[in-house]
Write a protein that binds this ligand. Structure first.
Ligand SMILES: N[C@@H](CCC(=O)N[C@@H](CS)C(=O)NCC(=O)O)C(=O)O
Length: 387
C-alpha cells in the first residue's frame, strides 16, 4: 500500500518543506559508492520502495551534498529532486566514506529467507516490515512462521526510512507491523517484543501454535501462570543482558576490550543456560504433570518457545558473525549444545535465514565500529539502552 508523502518532514539538519512532484525522467544513476545492495541498485530500490519509481540519485553529487548537509550548509529543499536527494543523503550520512566495491548492508534476503519472503508477497491483514540482516526482525518473522498466521513481508531499506515505515514505526526501526484494516486507516505496531506478544495473542485467539505455555485447557492454572512467568523472565534476561553484550563484544576495537566483550557475552549465555537447566529440572521434580513449554526447545522433547524465539537471531549470529569477526564460540555444556542444535535446525528458524555472506557483509560496519552505523551501534557506544 503506497501512501502519499507527508508535506513536511524533519531532516537531521533542519526542517524541510516537501512538495510532491513528478519524478525527473533522466536523473543519472550511479550507485557505485552507495553501500546497500539490492537486485539492481540499493538506492534505486530504496526509492522504488516508496515512490514506485526506479529513479535513483547521482551519487557523486549526493556525496558532495551529503557532506554539505552534515556540515549544516543545506538547511532546506523544497522541490521533488531536493527531497529525494535528502532522503538518499539521510541514508548515506549514516556511513563513513565507502571503500570501492565494499558492501555495507544487504537490502534483500537471499537463500531460504528469500524463498520464504517470496511466498509471503501477497496482500494480507498483517504486513511485516523487514530488513534481511536484522535480528530483531528475525525473531518476529520466526514467530510468524511458527504460528502459521497469514502475513505479508515487505523488505525496506531501513536506513532510507521510507514513509510507509515511518507511518508505523516512530523511530524508523524494523521490525514494524502494519495492520491493513479493511474498513479504516491502517494501524501500526513497533518494537520486536511488543510485536512478538501481538503475534502470540493473535495466534492463541486463532487456535494456532503459540510460544508460551497455553492458558486454555490448562491442567492447573497456577502452574501455567507460573510457567509463563518463567518463560518471560528468561526472555527478559536475553533482552537485558545477552543482546547488549553481543553488540559490546562485536563493536569493541582494542584487543583487551574484545577479550572483555567475549567474556561478558559468554557469562550472559551461561547464566541463561543455567537458569533454563534449573527451570527444566524444577518442572520435572515438582509438577504432577510436567509441561516443559516454559523452556521451549531447551527440553529435549520440547517445542519452539518464547525464550527460543527471543534469543535465536543472536545465537545464530554467534555462529557466523561473532565467529568470523571475533573468533567467538558460545560456551556450551552438553545440554546447551543439544538445545542450540535443536534451535538452529528448527524449520521456522531455517526459513528465515539468509546466506552467511549476507550477514558477514552486513555486520562488517559493526565489527569495525564505523561511525553512525545504526541506532543500536550508537546506543552501544554511548553505553545507553538499546533503541
Ligand atoms: N528495540 C528495537 C530495535 C530494532 C532495531 O534497532 N532495528 C534496526 C535494524 S537491526 C533498525 O531498524 N535500524 C535502523 C536505524 O538504526 O536507524 C526492537 O526490538 O524492535
Amino acid at each position: 500500500m503506497q501512501r502519499a508523502w507527508s508535506t513536511s518532514r524533519q531532516a537531521t539538519q533542519g526542517t524541510l518543506s516537501c512538495v510532491k512532484g513528478q519524478a525527473p525522467s533522466s536523473m543519472s544513476v550511479s550507485t557505485a559508492k552507495i553501500r546497500s545492495v539490492g537486485s539492481a541498485s540499493g538506492l534505486a530500490h530504496a526509492n522504488a520502495a516508496y515512490t514506485g519509481s526506479e529513479t535513483a540519485c547521482n551519487t557523486s553529487d549526493l556525496t558532495r551534498k551529503a557532506t554539505r548537509a552534515i556540515n549544516g550548509e543545506i538547511a532546506c529543499q523544497d522541490d521533488w529532486q531536493g527531497v529525494e536527494q535528502l532522503r538518499c543523503m539521510s541514508a548515506q550520512q549514516r556511513f563513513s566514506v565507502a571503500k570501492e566495491g565494499q558492501v555495507d548492508y544487504h537490502r534483500f534476503a537471499d537463500g531460504q529467507a528469500a524463498q520464504t519472503a517470496k511466498s509471503h508477497s501477497g496482500a494480507e491483514y498483517i504486513t511485516l516490515f523487514s530488513s534481511p540482516f536484522c535480528p530483531f526482525v528475525q525473531r518476529a518473522w520466526v514467530s510468524l512462521e511458527h504460528s502459521g498466521l497469514p502475513y505479508h513481508l515487505t523488505e525496506v531499506d531501513v536506513y532510507a526510512k521510507p514513509d510507509e515505515l515511518m507511518q508505523v514505526s516512530p523511530r524508523g526501526l524494523v521490525p514494524a507491523v502494519r495492520l491493513n484494516e479493511p474498513d479504516g486507516p491502517p494501524r501500526g505496531i513497533a518494537e520486536s517484543t511488543v510485536i512478538l506478544d501481538y503475534f502470540e495473542e493473535t495466534a492463541a485467539a486463532a487456535g494456532k501454535p503459540t510460544l508460551l505455555p497455553a492458558l486454555l485447557n490448562a491442567h492447573s492454572i497456577n502452574d501455567v501462570l507460573y510457567q509463563r512467568s518463567v518463560a518471560r523472565f528468561a526472555a527478559d534476561q536475553v533482552n537485558r543482558h545477552f543482546i547488549p553484550a553481543f553488540y559490546r563484544a562485536l563493536q569493541a576495537q582494542e584487543p583487551e576490550k574484545q577479550t572483555e566483550g567475549r567474556k561478558a557475552l559468554s557469562e550472559a549465555f551461561e547464566k541463561l543456560t543455567s537458569m533454563l537447566a534449573k527451570a527444566y529440572k524444577d518442572e520435572q521434580d515438582a509438577m504432577t504433570k510436567p509441561d516443559m513449554s516454559a523452556v521451549g526447545l531447551y527440553a529435549p522433547n520440547g517445542t519452539l518457545g518464547y525464550v527460543d524465539v527471543h534469543i535465536v537471531p543472536w545465537v545464530f549470529r554467534c555462529t557466523n558473525v561473532m565467529k568470523h569477526y571475533r573468533d567467538f564460540t558460545l560456551p556450551c555444556d552438553d545440554a546447551a549444545k543439544s538445545w542450540l542444535d535443536r534451535l538452529l535446525s528448527h524449520k521456522s528458524v531455517l526459513a528465515t535465514c539468509s546466506s552467511e555472506k549476507l550477514y558477514l557483509d552486513s555486520y562488517a560496519r559493526y565489527a569495525e565500529n564505523r561511525p553512525n552505523t545504526s541506532q543500536v551501534a550508537n546506543s552501544t557506544n554511548a553505553g545507553s539502552g538499546l533503541p
